[in-house]
Ligand binder design. Structure first.
Ligand code: J2J
Length: 543
């Protein structure tokens, strides 16, 4: 199951050579990054969660022991290994173990359930899954075991907890000479795939995003510059650690690149998070708009003592209303930075010294001078300067294709390598982008993306459902919420919202994908070609 060059579409040779010779791609792997920091500043705090903290040296040692343990299970460079660990220090131990081994972590979210994990296991042909050894009211291990029984390639379930790395190194000591001390496989090369990110809102076959060490670390290094991270930075991961925003913009990996500290918490509620910010001296964190709103509301109502160290609050994942961005500084005492990014690549930031109208009213500008942007109409013709249109992009850290997915590649990339973002934007004369809408069909619920088709496919199996269409509707809190229009199979026995939610959950869908609202209709409005019209249903919701 080794990763072959046919599994991902490389950048054209000329571009790759140019990114390398100009130093954008620095030829460093994430495993080497950690080794360097451990050698230079081993006693500094690399990571801490609610229970423990790890110096750079300890994290490096843990990653090595963990990597050795994985290797002894037969996991090889290029093998895909699913990673599903919430915001705890062991997330980093496992992630860097995989980097060090050259195995490819597949960045699952803690909220993923059977439907998602099974599909990801199939699409990635993962050989193992590393999960948290315990969860609250839910067993990651039990679910992972079930997936292992169902998916032939998946041979191992590894439960990671605070003591796992140490146990592995002690097991090694017990084996004495039989146990090979360090990972002696050739070090992975920087041009290799470092990890597989997940595309939001995929249907059926998940879209896996192959990011190389070279391109991903470039995006992290450049983000560190733009966001001004240094050795004294403390980055708080409060959104899921594996999400591209939290991991790389500049996120967890940025804090480690800068030699700073990563703080990880599983509890985003203001009471818990504010106390942890105080305890850790957090300087920067990243939020989705609905969570930012909860924090701001709480701080406006009851004050937020102890946030003095907080310098920057990043907001991204979904459009941040200007009104909310403007309230960040008065409420939280920190600068607001808008981040418009995507796991496929391109990330735009407002800059820390931008004037208020840019910081509040735009989604920022590309981080790299080598990012290429094109705004086009339905026929791929460039629109007039300043007009809105579909955003296409290419550049040193934007992928050229999904992992083993020619059908998705055909839809999402042009022949000359532009990625079709599905976002509708306009570019202001000052170069900053305003995201005005979206052409793609996914629903952006609180920054978590879901595909209406995926939800529909699950709900269609409900015995009382004859037909169903899911659409996003504007929601003040969530940005969008999910409304399903249901045509019941018998007029007098329509399923309730609770029925549908329970059914979808039992079908193994992640919680954020469950419908928020259900409306019963006799039939759907039809388009001219006789297809059910999502646009008309959206119009009904707008009233
Ligand atoms: C409007 N829409 C936004 C924003 C993302 C940094 C930040 C976010 C992501 C992310 C990321 C938006 N305003 N500020 O990976 O590194 C919507 C767009 C985009 C899609 C990508 C990062 N920020 N979006 O959210 O892969 O529609 O990445 O195309 O999850 O989220 O989603 P995702």
């Amino acid at each position: 199951s080794a990763l072959t060059s046919g599994d991902f579409i490389p950048w054209p040779t000329e571009e790759a050579a140019s990114y390398r010779s100009s130093g954008y791609w620095a030829g460093i792997t994430f495993g080497e990054l950690l080794a360097r920091r451990a050698a230079e500043s081993g006693d500094r705090c690399a990571a801490r969660d609610q229970n423990r903290s790890l110096t750079y040296r300890q994290l490096d040692d843990s990653a090595s022991s963990f990597a050795t343990g994985l290797r002894d299970l037969g996991i090889r460079p290029g093998d895909r290994v699913m990673l599903q660990i919430p915001n705890r220090a062991e997330f980093l131990e496992a992630l860097f173990a995989l980097f060090r081994l050259g195995a490819v972590p597949v960045m699952c979210l803690p909220a993923h359930r059977h439907a998602e994990l099974a599909a990801i296991a199939e699409a990635s042909s993962a050989v193992a899954i590393v999960v948290a050894q315990d969860g609250v009211g839910f067993s990651y291990v039990d679910l992972a075991q079930r997936i292992r029984r169902e998916v032939p390639t998946l041979r191992h379930v590894i439960a990671a907890g605070p003591a796992t790395a140490r146990a592995l190194s002690e097991a090694g000591a017990d084996f004495g000479d039989l146990y090979l001390p360090a990972v002696e496989q050739p070090a992975p090369s920087a041009g290799a795939v470092a990890l597989l990110q997940l595309s939001g809102g995929s249907t059926g076959i998940p879209k896996l995003i192959p990011r190389t060490h070279d391109d991903y670390l470039y995006s992290v290094r450049r983000s560190v510059e733009v966001c001004g991270l240094s050795e004294s930075s403390v980055y708080l991961a409060v959104l899921p650690a594996s999400h591209n925003f939290t991991l790389s913009s500049p996120g967890i990996l940025g804090a480690l690149w800068a030699g700073g500290t990563v703080a990880l918490t599983e509890d985003p509620s203001p009471s818990s998070a504010f106390a942890f910010i105080k305890e850790t001296g957090t300087t920067i964190t990243a939020l989705v708009p609905p969570l930012a709103r909860v924090w701001v509301n709480t701080a406006e109502r009851s004050g937020a003592p102890g946030l003095e160290t907080l310098e920057v609050v990043q907001i991204g994942g979904a459009r941040c209303p200007g009104e909310l961005a403007a309230r960040i500084r008065p409420a939280l005492g920190a600068r607001a930075q808008q981040v418009f990014g995507m796991a496929e690549g391109l990330v735009c930031y407002t800059r820390l010294d931008d004037p208020e109208d840019i910081a509040v009213g735009t989604q920022g500008r590309p981080m790299s001078d080598r990012d290429e942007l094109l705004v086009v109409d339905e026929h791929d013709r460039p629109v007039e300067a300043g007009a809105s249109g579909h955003l296409l992009t290419r550049g040193p850290y934007t992928i050229r294709g999904y992992f083993r997915n020619p059908a998705a590649n055909h839809r999402s990339f042009t022949a000359d390598g532009w990625y079709r973002t599905s976002d509708i934007v306009s570019v202001r004369p000052d170069g900053n982008l305003v995201v005005v809408g979206r052409a793609g069909d996914f629903i952006n619920r609180s920054g978590e993306k879901l595909s209406p088709e995926e939800l529909e496919q699950h709900l269609l199996r409900h015995p009382l459902v004859d037909d169903v269409i899911a659409v996003g509707m504007a929601d003040e809190m969530l940005g969008e919420r999910t409304c399903v229009f249901v045509v019941p199979s018998a007029a007098d026995t329509a399923p309730s919202l609770t029925d549908l939610r329970t059914f979808a959950r039992q079908n193994g869908l992640a919680d954020w994908k469950l419908p928020d609202e259900a409306r019963v209709v006799r039939e759907f409005p039809k388009t001219k070609v006789g297809k059910a019209s999502r646009a008309d249903l959206r119009a009904i919701l707008r009233g």
